[in-house]
Design a protein around this ligand. Structure first.
Ligand code: FAD
Length: 381
């Protein structure tokens, strides 16, 4: 079985890795961390180089890549600066993927060329204060009045909600549960919409927000996929779950690899008892476990990506990839901190950032416990 990268994919990997080394310098990363502000300048540079069209059909100006190309891109970005991967996600995942998969012809023509050019950003608003893992119970309402929908409610933890030009807003238009949900394309500038950033432990600058909708108006034409997609929001979301889990896996793998590289370099240089600490078996064992787990996580994720690209059923494999790579990222980041210890605990060193950034991959896109539930169900339990 051959699922190795093509020449183009290797070129993509090397190009984005070089870009990240040149543009996301230590100073730039520190500035973003300190200011805790969305990395607009770097996103613009990614757009200028054409990366935002990676998964958009050629007829709309993109490169028509697969989810494996997305994973390659996201892994390399996250290896250096995970928040930039999320910021790119505000175009590539929440814009391109959502519109290309679920938009109607008019919406594709309207949005995709602008997304490719980096002129638009989207975010995806599902979670609410009282509705996390059990998202089908969401309470934000869209009521039809005189031919227009009026949206009222609140969302929580919405990444990019304060900078997005369009907010894919999941609101209740029908009965309880998953069959009564509709996705609306709400402009970020809409009257009655507001977003305020939450100060999170990691991914500083992600602009993850608490959001409120107060009598926000939307027309039937603003429904994702058009008026006939009323109450189809849940089904639309299901079509995107595999690719979301795969891209999140690749970000977690990027962080795990960065933690491994950092700890390995440190272990070769730090001298105690007259020798580099990498010569002590206790440290070697940690590094060997980290390297093995990163390799295993990457293979699992890209194998699941290969299944997705080849239209094979892969809910179980994408959930396994997400679960495993998230847990590996946390373990590698923690081991990295421990290999540096005193310096691992100091804010001036990157180890603490890997740890802070790693944690969220067990939360977003379905927690690790929820991934386990999905896998158990796939196993017939
Ligand atoms: C930084 C960040 C960015 C985010 N970005 C977005 C975004 O852009 N858009 C969006 O819509 N949401 C976003 N989220 C929300 C994220 O998807 C939710 O936080 C996540 O789904 C979990 O919900 P919760 O935090 O409310 O936890 P809860 O659902 O309250 O869970 C709490 C604990 O209980 C466990 N648990 C819950 N139900 C079960 C069960 N059935 N079986 C076993 N264990 C269970 C969970 O695993 C967890 O450990 C983001 C969150 C964060 C932290």
């Amino acid at each position: 079985m051959d699922y190795s990268f093509t020449d183009e994919q290797m070129m993509l990997r090397d190009t984005i890795a070089r870009f990240m080394e040149t543009e996301a310098t230590r100073e730039v990363i520190e500035e973003i961390e300190k200011a805790n502000e969305f990395p607009h300048a770097l996103v613009d540079k990614l757009s200028e180089l054409g990366f935002m069209g990676i998964n958009v059909p050629e007829e709309y100006g993109g490169q028509a890549g697969t989810v494996i190309d997305e994973m390659i891109l996201f892994e390399q970005i996250a290896k250096r600066l995970p928040v930039l991967a999320w910021a790119a996600g505000n175009v590539i995942l929440y814009g391109n993927n959502i519109i290309n998969t679920n938009g109607n012809q008019e919406q594709k023509e309207k949005f995709l060329p602008l997304l490719v050019e980096g002129k638009l950003k989207f975010c995806f608003a599902l979670t609410e204060a009282n509705v996390g893992s059990d998202a089908a119970q969401l309470q934000t309402k869209a009521e039809l009045k005189d031919g227009r929908y009026v949206i009222n409610g609140a969302k929580m933890f919405i990444t990019g909600a304060g900078i997005a030009d369009y907010v894919v807003t999941n609101a209740r238009t029908g009965g309880p549960g998953m069959d009564g949900i509709t996705a609306f394309l709400v402009p970020g500038s809409a009257a009655g919409y507001s977003a305020s950033p939450i100060n999170n432990l990691g991914h500083k600058g992600s602009n993850t927000c608490a959001v409120t909708y107060q009598d926000v108006e939307a027309g039937p034409e603003d429904i994702l996929g058009g008026p006939e997609q009323i109450n189809q929001g849940w089904r639309q979301m299901m079509r995107l779950l595999n690719s979301e889990r795969l891209v999140l896996s690749s970000c977690a793998i990027g962080i795990a690899q960065a933690a491994l590289d950092y700890a390995l370099a440190y272990a070769k240089e730090r001298v105690q008892f007259g020798r580099p600490i990498g010569r002590f078996q206790a440290i070697q064992n940690k590094l060997v476990n980290m390297a093995t787990e990163v390799e295993a996580a990457r293979r699992l994720a890209y194998y699941a990506g290969w299944m997705e690209v080849n239209h094979m059923p892969c809910v179980k494999e994408t959930s396994m990839a997400k679960l495993y790579s998230a847990e590996v990222a946390k373990r590698c980041a923690m081991d990295c901190v421990q290999i540096l210890w005193g310096y691992g605990y100091a804010m001036e060193y990157d180890a603490q950032r890997f740890l802070r950034d790693s944690l969220v991959y067990s939360i977003g896109g379905g927690t690790s416990e929820i991934q386990m539930n999905i896998i158990a169900k796939q196993m017939g339990l």
